[in-house]
Design a protein around this ligand. Structure first.
Ligand SMILES: [Zn+2]
Length: 252
């Protein structure tokens, strides 16, 4: 059998990188295996959370330990949940959370964190995205971030913008959601009291169905919901023949 080492002295062979120099697992700091910052983005309801949970499942089956974080979960027990009925406990973060500290605290408690799953990544600050990049580069933690592409004004969310700038790998999630006309849904429309709006706060958390915002006695809360539209119907502001939900009056 001939190998490329033939003709080299044993000493020369040992100065060459090769299988004998592959680091043992668990020694990633001295011999860093490349970690990656991966970003998956798309419109609402495109299956991002389902994909996040699938990635977590695949990773944990390989014996790896993950930390799941999310934002905007208003429940007492934060979780990443998908419309197909899967869910997993997650840590609720806000824009003041240092994600490097979050991981280091888990390590200090003796937990392994091999990878991080970040749902609702559009809400991250640019600084938090840079923290994720640091975790990847300096601590070799794999990061999988999932988020919306654009807000209801068709502008990139801040977290999304920074992830598009610095992520190693960017994937547009295969669109499962369709506009009412049947074309792939691309943009998120904000609908207030049955009418599409194009200005206002970037973030108003609402369900994709009718939802109530906190209101006052003088100003009862408007029903805010989001609807995914194709670009043409977003531009026209056309919500489709079934846009008026139950309890809403049709115009005569
Ligand atoms: Zn359409």
């Amino acid at each position: 059998m001939t190998t490329i080492e033939d003709g080299l002295s044993p000493a020369a062979v040992h100065t060459r990188p090769g299988p004998a120099f592959v680091p043992a697992s668990g020694d990633r700091r001295r011999h860093p295996a490349p970690a990656h910052l991966r970003f998956f983005h798309g419109p609402m309801d495109c299956g991002k959370s389902t994909l996040a949970l699938q990635v977590d499942h695949n990773q944990s089956r390989q014996g790896r330990h993950g930390l799941l974080v999310t934002q905007g979960d208003r429940s007492a027990a934060p979780q990443i949940s998908s419309r197909v009925g899967l869910s997993r406990e997650a840590i609720e973060i806000d824009d003041g959370t240092d994600l490097r500290l979050l991981v280091r605290e888990r390590w200090a408690e003796g937990h392994r964190v091999d990878y991080l799953i970040v749902d609702e990544a559009q809400f991250l600050t640019a600084g938090q995205v840079d923290q994720l990049a640091e975790l990847v580069d300096e601590s070799h933690v794999d990061v999988y971030a999932f988020g919306l592409t654009t807000d209801f004004r068709t502008s990139l969310f801040p977290g999304t913008r920074r992830l598009l700038e610095v992520a190693d790998d960017i994937q547009r999630v295969q669109v499962e959601v369709l506009c009412w006309c049947g074309l792939p849904g691309l943009l998120n429309a904000r609908v207030v009291d049955g009418t599409m709006v194009r200005s206002g706060e970037t973030v108003v958390v609402a369900d994709t169905g009718p939802a109530d915002l906190p209101g006052t006695e003088d100003h009862p809360s408007p029903a805010v919901r989001y609807q995914v539209l194709c670009r043409r119907h977003y531009v026209r502001g056309e919500l489709g023949p079934t846009a008026a939900g139950p309890g809403q009056l049709a115009f005569p």
